[in-house]
Ligand binder design. Structure first.
Ligand code: DGL
Length: 274
């Protein structure tokens, strides 16, 4: 039994989509969440910069004595997962493999669209994995960089969402996709609009549920689950603008985020082993 919290991080509010599932599946676990709101978006940044940010956050979570780290960000998972694993002793879980598994759970999945940040799409992390695991699978990927700021700005009901989806995805809509992977943890917050845009024939998949299942497995395998009688709680940290974070996060999680702590992670000394 291990009462230490699980550390979860993202560039901003997107990782809350994973927190929501973790809370549902693992109600006895404590969670420490970090959103790098001062530096969001990550999706248009270079690999060394993204890695540096992720390492700073990892050092912060280590200092908070977490028992494992969940990289609840596709951009960071595609570009920094192995790097983080080389630089911490803690178990580190990303969202790419769970997203791929969720997409392939349906044996009829054959024509897959992937939408994510520029960095995630360029990394080809999803494309490579999907093609390896399902031969003959047709995969198309597209970056939709404006969707993250829409979510961070709490414009979840704005008419501009439809315009932005039209601009990025009208070609995708004609491609006869059976599955669309929301390869950015911010995008499930826009699920109703995306579902309406694509209509009934396209299955929308995100990583949150499958990632939480993987976390549960790791906790069990390592025998580091919280005691069964423990009532899990969540603590939230951001690098800037706690108010904006609360405004988007509270309705999404379905309970008020009462306190958000400010944590300028870049003030930490980080050393990496490359
Ligand atoms: N939520 C993130 C992801 O899953 C990051 C988006 C961004 O910061 O650009 O990729």
């Amino acid at each position: 039994m291990d009462e230490r919290p699980i550390g979860v991080f993202d560039s901003g509010v997107g990782g809350l989509t994973v927190v929501k599932e973790l809370r549902r599946l693992l109600p006895t676990e404590d969670i420490i969440y970090f959103g790098d709101t001062a530096r969001v978006p990550y999706g248009n940044k270079s690999i060394p910069v993204i890695r540096r940010f992720c390492l700073e956050i990892t050092r912060f979570l280590e200092a908070m004595k977490v028992k494992m780290i969940v990289v609840a960000c596709n951009t960071a998972s595609s570009l920094a997962l192995d790097y983080l694993r080389r630089n911490t002793e803690l178990p580190v879980i990303g969202v790419i493999e769970p997203g791929v598994q969720a997409a392939l759970r349906d044996p009829s999945t054959k024509r897959v669209g992937i939408i994510g940040t520029t960095a995630t799409v360029r990394s080809e992390a999803y494309q490579t994995r999907l093609k390896r695991l399902r031969s003959g699978c047709i995969v198309s990927a597209l970056a939709c960089p404006l969707l993250v700021p829409i979510v961070e700005e709490n414009l979840l009901n704005s008419p501009i969402i439809k315009l932005v989806l039209e601009m990025y995805l009208s070609n995708f809509r004609t491609m006869n996709l059976d599955t669309l992977i929301l390869a950015c943890t911010h995008y499930p917050l826009l699920k109703p609009a995306i579902a309406e845009f694509f209509g009934d024939g396209v299955r929308l998949v995100d990583s949150a549920e499958e990632t939480s299942r993987e976390v549960a497995e790791v906790l069990k395998a390592r025998r580091i689950s919280a005691p069964r009688t423990h009532v899990g709680s969540s603590e939230f940290y951001v690098s800037d603008s706690p108010d904006a974070f609360m405004a988007v996060g509270s309705p999404f999680l379905g309970y008020p985020i009462e306190k958000v702590f400010l944590e300028p992670v870049w003030q930490r000394d980080v050393e990496s082993s490359g």
